[in-house]
Design a protein. Structure first.
Length: 187
């Protein structure tokens, strides 16, 4: 295993994460936003606004952090966070996606954002490295792979899926609402 789901964090309004330490590199996506206070052990709290869809990479293997996050908002904070558990990059060669895929991260993991309006489709890509798909805004997604029947998925915000290497697929928004996805590939 080279990447694992560390947690699907949900901090209700007025609650804290409790102090915890990160020492493994992570990639994360905010799927429900809230105003929070983040405080490193021994430090002063800093107010932040977690924004829906924010993709983040943290190199905790180089600088571990012990901190607490407090939700100071009236809505819950929810983050999907993956740990990158292998010791170095360069084991995989992530794909280069064109068109509607927008690359937003190129560290030990490469990350793209894809927004599909109702009825919109994107041409097939071949994902060369293993990774994950995180749903920022859900809807009805049709995924087509060669020599297989189309797979219809009713995606919900916060859903996430493992994606194998060497998978070829095209995507279509088969519903009436906008779909937003973040897709990650290991390097």
């Amino acid at each position: 295993m080279t990447m694992r789901l560390y947690s699907k964090v949900m901090i209700p309004p007025g609650h804290t994460s409790g102090y915890h330490t990160h020492s493994i590199d992570t990639a994360s996506v905010v799927v429900a936003a809230a105003n929070v206070t983040a405080q490193e052990l021994g430090g002063v709290g800093v107010d932040r606004k977690a924004q829906v869809g924010r993709l983040n990479y943290s190199e905790y293997s180089q600088k571990p952090v012990t901190h607490v996050v407090t939700n100071i908002d009236t809505s819950p904070l929810q983050v999907v966070l993956f740990e990158i558990t292998r010791s170095k990059e360069g084991l995989f060669s992530p794909s280069s996606r064109m068109g509607d895929y927008r690359m937003e991260l190129d560290e030990r993991v490469r990350g793209w954002r894809l927004v599909l309006d109702p009825g919109q489709c994107v041409p097939a890509i071949t994902q060369q490295s293993p990774g994950a798909r995180i749903v920022v805004d859900g809807g009805i997604l049709a995924e087509s792979t060669p020599n297989q029947p189309d797979r219809m998925m009713n995606l919900q915000r916060g859903d996430f899926f493992w994606q194998d290497a060497n998978a070829t697929r095209s995507l279509c928004n088969a519903g009436s609402s906008r779909i937003e996805l973040v897709e990650l590939e290991l390097r």
